[in-house]
Design a protein around this ligand. Structure first.
Ligand SMILES: Cc1cc2nc3c(=O)[nH]c(=O)nc-3n(C[C@H](O)[C@H](O)[C@H](O)COP(=O)(O)O)c2cc1C
Length: 181
């Protein structure tokens, strides 16, 4: 089993973020799950959505020590599909039968893949990711960002994806070599 999994959440599957994520996944030989194609409904205080695709998805995600989260920057924030996914992680912190699953997020390596039309990803966008992943006990190891103001430039895609994939591979080896808890 590959030690990483990529979760893509863009409003277009084969847009800028999807293309970058696919290239990284190809380099790493890992799976990309398209969150926007899954049936994951909005957070519900009454948890009436427990039959949707969220819990089976999380069981798959939790099998991996490294998780790549990919989203475009939409209005200084994440895409709708990523926001819904992040909101639903609250289920793992609230539902007694899922608490043990939620704790399994701790110590995982997290990676952010994002695109925007700015030179750097927005500081508030990055700040929200750092706070969220920190709250969950995940380590934000690396951020890959491409400025797509002129579209996704093919000359930038391959080197950015290869460099990012190399860092994921190296961090995965370090994780595997680290002594267990
Ligand atoms: C609804 C919407 C909101 C956006 N908001 C921002 C933004 O706040 N900052 C930014 O730099 N780019 C913004 N963009 C541009 C996208 O981040 C950029 O085009 C990105 O590469 C699109 O990725 P995609 O093809 O995966 O959707 C926005 C685009 C859309 C459609």
């Amino acid at each position: 089993m590959a030690d990483a999994i990529a979760l893509l959440a863009s409003s277009r599957r084969h847009g800028n973020t999807g293309t970058l994520t696919d290239r990284i996944a190809l380099d790493l030989g890992i799976e990309v799950i398209d969150l926007a194609a899954l049936r994951i409904s909005a957070y519900d205080y009454q948890h009436r959505n427990r039959g949707d695709d969220f819990e089976p998805l999380m069981r798959r995600v939790l099998e991996h020590p490294q998780v790549i989260l990919a989203t475009p920057v939409y209005w200084y924030s994440v895409s709708p599909a990523m926001k819904t996914f992040l909101d639903r992680i609250s289920d793992l912190l609230e539902l007694p039968d899922l608490l043990a699953e939620g704790r399994r997020l701790r110590g995982k390596n997290a990676y952010l893949v994002c695109t925007s039309v700015c030179e750097q990803p927005d500081a508030h966008f990055l700040g929200a990711w750092r706070e969220t992943l920190g709250y969950l006990g995940m380590r934000l190891v690396e951020v890959a960002h491409l400025n797509c103001r002129e579209g996704l430039l093919l000359r930038e895609l391959a080197p950015a994806a290869a460099a990012f994939a190399a860092r994921v591979r190296a961090a995965g080896l370090q994780l595997a070599a680290a002594p267990g808890p």
